[in-house]
Design a protein around this ligand. Structure first.
Ligand SMILES: [Zn+2]
Ligand SMILES: [Zn+2]
Length: 259
């Protein structure tokens, strides 16, 4: 499988070199872009939704691997004043001193998720990934379940901010994505393999009324016609994922909690 994918990638690389010359010449993000020559529409279910410009997504054994630099596809004060995507802080924002820094994320997400016999609380750090490759963090600001309230003033207008190592991330609904697409869209995946949707349901365009304590429930979606457990973004804590419903994968191929 992997060998076949490599061949396909090589073919497309050559094709792009020969026929296209310069890809993304109109993109202001070209310096930070992973050029992914695989067609994401070949991936199963919601995995086809990952943005090809910002993520490299492939199947490896029982996992879907999502590689990303973790940088946002939108302006932010956190790019730093000399960056072309710099944006002035919005009124009332208390900017933190960190600057968006490229990462080398490899999210190993179960290809076929399975409900765990024990719900696991999510750790600090990346607990999932948005379809634009930006990591998703949990509902806490630090150890011992410190509430997020103290950090929220440092969020940019798209509700993201970088931590000390420059990892830009969202604790809340990725507003740039939902504003440009839909509040019912698939916004990303939890590390347990279950998809995360925007705040409203695709079928009704209404807020769900029966979410469990993890922000999840089960029904059919556009990406999963047979139904799946999934999470929804909410305006209140836990915002994205209250805990892992399923058996979770890993980050960068390591034991998850050692990262
Ligand atoms: Zn944070
Ligand atoms: Zn739902």
């Amino acid at each position: 499988m992997k060998f076949k994918l490599s061949i396909k990638k090589t073919f497309f690389s050559l094709a792009i070199l020969i026929f296209m010359g310069c890809e993304d010449s109109n993109s202001s993000y070209s310096n930070n872009t992973i050029i992914d020559n695989l067609n994401h529409s070949d991936l199963p279910g919601g995995f086809s939704r990952f943005y090809e410009e910002y993520t490299d997504v492939y199947i490896s054994g029982d996992y879907v691997v999502v590689e990303s630099k973790g940088i946002p596809n939108h302006p932010s004060p956190y790019w730093g004043t000399s960056h072309p995507n710099y944006q002035n802080p919005h009124s009332g924002m208390i900017i933190n001193p960190n600057i968006i820094t490229e990462q080398n994320f490899k999210f190993y997400i179960p290809l076929i998720p399975s409900i765990s016999s024990n719900i696991s609380s999510t750790p600090l750090g990346p607990i999932g990934v948005s379809i634009s490759g930006v990591p998703l963090f949990n509902q806490y600001a630090g150890p011992n379940n410190q509430p997020l309230d103290s950090e929220i003033p440092s969020f940019d207008i798209y509700d993201g901010h970088p931590q000390q190592a420059g990892q830009y991330h969202y604790h809340l609904e990725p507003k740039y994505l939902t504003a440009n697409d839909s509040s019912t869209m698939l916004i990303g995946f939890s590390l347990d393999g279950y998809p995360i949707y925007g705040p409203k349901e695709q079928s009704t365009n209404q807020y769900p009324s029966n979410l469990d304590e993890l922000n999840g429930h089960t029904h059919a979606t556009n990406e999963y016609n047979d139904g799946t457990y999934h999470y929804h973004a909410t305006a209140d804590s836990p915002y994205l994922i209250g805990g892992f419903k399923g058996n979770y994968g890993s980050l960068n191929g390591g034991g998850y909690f050692t990262n």
